[in-house]
Every structure is written in structure tokens, then in C-alpha cells.
Design a protein around this ligand. Structure first.
Ligand SMILES: CC(C)(COP(=O)(O)OP(=O)(O)OC[C@H]1O[C@@H](n2cnc3c(N)ncnc32)[C@H](O)[C@@H]1O)[C@@H](O)C(=O)NCCC(=O)NCCS
Ligand SMILES: Nc1ncnc2c1ncn2[C@@H]1O[C@H](COP(=O)(O)OP(=O)(O)OP(=O)(O)O)[C@@H](O)[C@H]1O
Length: 192
């Protein structure tokens, strides 16, 4: 079974993935890690990013904090970055799905909808968390400024859109144990 996990930044997708990996032996594919990997030296995407955004060249490394400041403030620039990074990211995710040997393969992404990968998923789960709680968690755990959290949230699909595509809904606004209970209910329903 292939499960797609959707939801905005800081909603708790990674937290859900950790539990699925630990308890259900799921094979986890995280799109932000895949994208990060193809943005390293030796990959075409790395060179294209640096030639398109020369201001983020930090001694041959991509300054990701600076790139985030640029793109999450400017939709045209985010679209431009996406046009460089998404094709390679999507190809690599498809390859990782193809070679997955696990009974449960889970693909996580804030940008899954419209990538085509969502069509390969047997189910899409929407991880929801109240907006203010997400902002609080991102400030306290990642050191984001309030404005950075808001800029990223505003650059992503809104909750209604995620909800529209979702087969299952997980509310992660409360405690981790409440979230785990919801996951168990869904997984047990699958097994029955
Ligand atoms: C802008 C970049 C360099 C910032 O890197 P940084 O290490 O600071 O943050 P990180 O990659 O962890 O992203 C932070 C959060 O932003 C969100 N995000 C990232 N890229 C995008 C995007 N293209 N559209 C909407 N949200 C995004 C995700 O929720 C992510 O968890 C990086 O996010 C990036 O290269 N994005 C474009 C590639 C992409 O689409 N990646 C997949 C995102 S799921
Ligand atoms: N139920 C919870 N209670 C308290 N803190 C939580 C809970 N769920 C997640 N967190 C914390 O909130 C932060 C954001 O969660 P997480 O990293 O799982 O979000 P995400 O959806 O994967 O974000 P991204 O889109 O950036 O990948 C993390 O520091 C995590 O530890």
C-alpha cells in the first residue's frame, strides 16, 4: 500500500511518519530530503539553482536560509525554484516508490497534490494542526521567526484544499498520543 501524507509546514507530518516507521515498519520517503539531496554538488539541479539565484552562492554551497527568504516572500521566485527542483524531485520519489519492498510505503510532502505522485497513492492522509499552534511549534522547535512561519504557510495550499483531496484526516493539534491513537484506528481499519 502507498500512503501519501499531506499537510502544511509544521502540521506534524514528520511526527506521523516516525510513528508509521516505528510501529508499522513503513518505508518513508520525505520529499524535502529528496529535494535537498538533488540540490548538492554533482547534480544538475544544484548548478541550475546557483546560476538562477547567484546571491545564494555561499562558497559553492547553496545558502538555504537565504533562498528560503527569497522564495517564500515572492510567489514568482518560488514558482521559478519549483520549476527547477520539482521535476528531479518527482522522478526520484517515483524511483524510490518503485524500489520499495515494504508492505507500507509512505510519501510525505507539502506539495504532493498536482505532482502526479498523488495518483499513485492508494490513500491520502491530511495531517491537520491549528494554524496558531503550528506557528508556535515552528518558532519553538525550529527557531523560525513568526513571519517566516506565516510566509511559508501562505505559500502552501490551504487546509480546505488538503481536506478536499484527503481520504483520511488526522488532527495533530493536541498531544502526540492522541495523534498515535488516530493513526492506529486508521491502520487497524486497513487491516480488518
Ligand atoms: C527554500 C528551501 C531551500 C529552504 O530550505 P530549508 O532547509 O530552510 O527548509 P526546508 O527544506 O526544511 O523547508 C521548510 C518547509 O518549507 C516548506 N516548503 C519547502 N519547499 C516548498 C515549496 N516549494 N512550496 C511550498 N512549501 C515548501 C515545507 O513544508 C518544508 O518543510 C527549500 O525548502 C527548497 O529548496 N524548496 C524547494 C524544493 C521543494 O519543493 N522541496 C520539497 C518541499 S516539500
Ligand atoms: N502533537 C504534538 N504536540 C507537540 N509538538 C508537536 C506535536 N506534533 C509535532 N510537534 C512538533 O512540532 C514541530 C513540527 O512538527 P513536524 O516537524 O512533524 O511538522 P511537519 O509537518 O513535518 O513540517 P514540515 O512541513 O516542515 O516537514 C516539531 O518540532 C514537532 O516535534
Amino acid at each position: 500500500m502507498i500512503i501519501g501524507i499531506i499537510g502544511g509546514v509544521g502540521s506534524g507530518k514528520s511526527t506521523v511518519l516516525d510513528y508509521l516507521e516505528e510501529k508499522y515498519n513503513a518505508n518513508i520517503i520525505k520529499s524535502d530530503l529528496v529535494a535537498k539531496d538533488i540540490m548538492t554538488p554533482g547534480h544538475k539541479v544544484y548548478h541550475k539553482v546557483l546560476s538562477t539565484f547567484p546571491e545564494v552562492n555561499d562558497n559553492g554551497n547553496i545558502d538555504r536560509t537565504k533562498l528560503a527568504e527569497i522564495v517564500f516572500n515572492d510567489k514568482d521566485k518560488l514558482d521559478l525554484l519549483n520549476s527547477i527542483t520539482h521535476p528531479g524531485t518527482i522522478d526520484e520519489i517515483n524511483r524510490l516508490i518503485d524500489i520499495s519492498k515494504s508492505d507500507v510505503t509512505v510519501v510525505e510532502s507539502a506539495i504532493l497534490i498536482g505532482s502526479g505522485i498523488e495518483k499513485r497513492c492508494h490513500e491520502l492522509w491530511f495531517v491537520y494542526c491549528e494554524r496558531e499552534e503550528r506557528i508556535r511549534r515552528l518558532i519553538s522547535s525550529r527557531g523560525y521567526s513568526r513571519q517566516k512561519a506565516i510566509d511559508i504557510i501562505n505559500s502552501q495550499p490551504d487546509d480546505d484544499e488538503y481536506n478536499f483531496y484527503a481520504d483520511e484526516y488526522i488532527d495533530n493539534s493536541s498531544t502526540p498520543s492522541s495523534t498515535m491513537e488516530q493513526i492506529d484506528l486508521i491502520m487497524n481499519r486497513e487491516i480488518c
